[in-house]
Structures are given as C-alpha cells and as structure tokens.
Design a protein around this ligand. Structure first.
Ligand code: PLP
Length: 376
C-alpha cells in the first residue's frame, strides 16, 4: 500500500488542514550560518534585550540541581506568589508553558466545530492558529482605519457586531502585537460589559509591564466584576524569560478549573517556576528594563522620523514602521547587514516591519543599517 502526502492531509482534522504554521523570528545562529557572517543582532521576537535579572538567573541555576525530578505540577509557590501580586485566590491562576500554551488551552476548553471566536484584523497570529486547531471558526473584525481610533488598532464596536449565539471566545491583545496599539480603560470596560455572558473575553496582556500610557487598564483587577473575563500574562517579555516558556491566565476559579482539566500535568518546568518567582521579587531590575525600553523606543521613533518613515505609536517593546516599499525587500537587505527584524506581510501589512526595541548599541546599529538600505 502506498501513501501520498495528500492522503496524510486528508487524515488531518479539518481545522488543521487549512492551518499555516506560526512563523517565528529568524534565529541569529541561522542567519550567521546562511550568510556566513558573525555579530548578527536580532530585533525580531520582542524579547527583553537584557535577558533575565540577577535574581531570576540565580534561582534558575539553583533549580537545575533538581532536574531529575518532575516539576511541581500545581506550581504551588509560583501560584501563591502570583496570587499575592494580583490579590486573587491561587485558584484563579492557570500556569502555562508560555502564555501561548494558555491561549491554546482556552481554545480547546471553549471551542468546537460549532463555535466561533472573534478577534481583530492585525491581531496576534496565535489566535487564528488556536481557533482553527480547535476546529472552530474565526470571525475577524476589521481594525480601525484611523478616523475613529488609532489606525491598525482593535475596533471594539466592529468586534461586538461579530459576537453572536455561536461565539464562545473573544481575543483582545492589549497592547496588540504586531501593531503596538492599545485600548483605554473606559472603552475596554464598556466592551466587556456589553458582551453576553456566554462569551469568554480573553485579554492578552503580554506587554503589560512595558505600558506607561495613561488610562491603560490592569484588567486583572476586573475579574470580580466580569466572571467571563480571562487575563493572560507572560514572563517572556519584560521579565526576560522567553527561553524558559512560562506564562499564566487569571480567571474565575471555575474557569481555571476547566482550564486545568486540559492542561498537561507538568506543562511548566521547574527551572521556569523558580526563575519566575525570583523575577517577581526583582522589581528594580524590571523597572530598569522598562526605563531603557522607553529610551530605546524614543530613539527609534526619532530615527524613523529623521528617515521620513511613519510608524504606528506603540505601547510595547517593539514598533511597526512603514518602510514605504516592500517590507520583504527591506527585511532581506537588513539581513545582509546582519540585522534581523520581523516582516509582517503575513499579518496583511506588506510595507511594515516590526522592530523590537533593543539595547542602545543594537538600536543604533539597526538605524544605521536601515539608513543604508533605504539609500541603496
Ligand atoms: C509574545 C506574546 C505572547 C507571549 O507568548 P509566550 O508564549 O508567553 O512566550 C502572547 N501574546 C502576545 C500578543 C505576544 O506578543
């Protein structure tokens, strides 16, 4: 019996057949191997360019001694620490292998082939993946075009229009990746208030720590008011632990109970748990990274302006800039200079590039390379 590739495709679950895999940022080692260069820099995956803080590093090193044992499947210490931070019961917390894991768990708990999930145009690429993988239907609301809200930002009125009887989930990224756009407290509060009780609203706050904008909400404080709210956070961005894969959801305890049924028993490793607890205790380091991010953001924005390029105002640790030409071409030309950024044509933004705020030397090198590339 012979099989062709097509027949394997036929065997895949219907939602999986049409899936496009997530495109990660190009790793530095890959670029250096392919182009035969060294000293490449990566501003492509929104990591903290300073990495973990000293307390987190020390805790991670110490935890390595215990690698022979399974991790604490309940994540007791971290859940207690997070409960204190958010002034919630530990039963409200679901730990994930990155917050992407939590997003996937949420989709698998609430979606079937009969259900729909609503999110915005230009929203984080993981939402369509988890929705389709669960066999459900994605309803994409057009983003603001710029007259009633920030261009490329979530249009909550358009999203609400798409909520119907089959809707079980709404995904909101605040701020959103790759646009950096964010929603204010009043508009988000009104939106969640207007969403029917049978719809879970997921507010993805992956960049929460970086946001300094006035009126930006901490929706973890809204859980008592909205039992259908799920807030997700991560240690991958401001806390500098992307390589360890750890994030979490905050929700009503009954919702957390459902998420726990689907969660793999040991989804968060022991090193990640220890490092995350220590990272939460190192506020000085976090604040330092946030300050440097603001300085770097100001530097890049000023650099774009000097080059006559428009960027989308961002509340995160990255910024989407309109190259004014093919973003793919500029991306390739930057690669030749050893600078990795992120093309976002897959988001429907073919002229834009998403650039992570790096260290001061990296930002300067990127701006210099960009200037060269645009001149050629
Ligand atoms: C980076 C990011 C995440 C977090 O991913 P992890 O799995 O926690 O590393 C979640 N949501 C958005 C919008 C992101 O940009």
């Amino acid at each position: 019996m012979s099989t062709s590739i097509d027949s394997f495709l036929d065997l895949a679950a219907p939602g999986v057949r049409a899936l496009q895999p997530y495109l990660p940022g190009k790793p530095v080692v890959e670029l250096e191997r392919e182009y035969g260069i060294s000293n490449a820099i990566k501003l492509a995956s929104n990591e903290n360019p300073y990495g973990p803080g000293p307390l987190a590093l020390a805790a991670a090193s110490a935890a390595i001694e215990g690698l022979g044992r399974y991790p604490d499947g309940s994540g007791y210490q971290l859940a207690e620490r997070l409960a204190r931070k958010h002034q919630l019961d530990p039963a409200c917390i679901t730990l994930g292998n990155g917050s992407n894991d939590v997003l996937d768990i949420i989709a698998r708990v609430f979606l079937t082939a009969q259900h729909e999930a609503v999110f915005s145009q230009y929203a984080f690429a993981v939402y369509p993946i988890v929705v389709q993988a669960a066999g459900a239907t994605a309803c994409v609301a057009p983003a603001h075009e710029g007259s009633h809200g920030p261009a490329y930002g979530h249009d909550l009125a358009a999203m609400l229009e798409r909520v119907g009887p089959a809707t079980r989930l709404v995904f909101i990224a605040n701020p959103n990746n790759p646009t950096g756009t964010w929603l204010g407290s009043d508009e988000l509060d009104s939106f969640i208030s207007a969403v029917p009780a049978h719809v879970m609203v997921v507010v993805d706050e992956a960049y929460f720590e970086y946001v300094g904008e006035e009126n930006y909400p901490d929706t973890s404080a809204w859980l008592a008011r909205f039992p259908n709210l799920i807030v997700t956070r991560t240690f991958s961005k401001a806390y500098g632990l992307a390589g360890l894969r750890i994030g979490y959801a905050l929700s009503h305890p009954d919702v957390a109970g459902l998420l726990n049924r689907v969660r793999q028993p040991f989804n968060v490793n022991s090193v990640a748990q220890a490092a995350a607890v220590a990272a939460l205790d190192d506020d000085d380091y976090l604040q330092l990274c946030i300050r440097r991010n603001r300085e770097g953001m100001a530097r890049l924005v000023a650099g774009f302006e000097a080059l006559g390029l428009a960027c989308i105002e961002s509340a995160g640790n990255f910024v989407a800039v309109d190259s004014g030409r093919s973003g793919a071409d500029v991306y390739e030309a930057l690669l030749q200079q050893g600078v990795i950024v992120r093309p976002v044509a897959n988001y429907g933004m073919p002229g834009h590039l998403r650039v992570t705020i790096g260290r001061a030397d990296e930002n300067a090198r990127f701006l210099h390379a960009l200037e060269q590339v645009l001149r050629d």
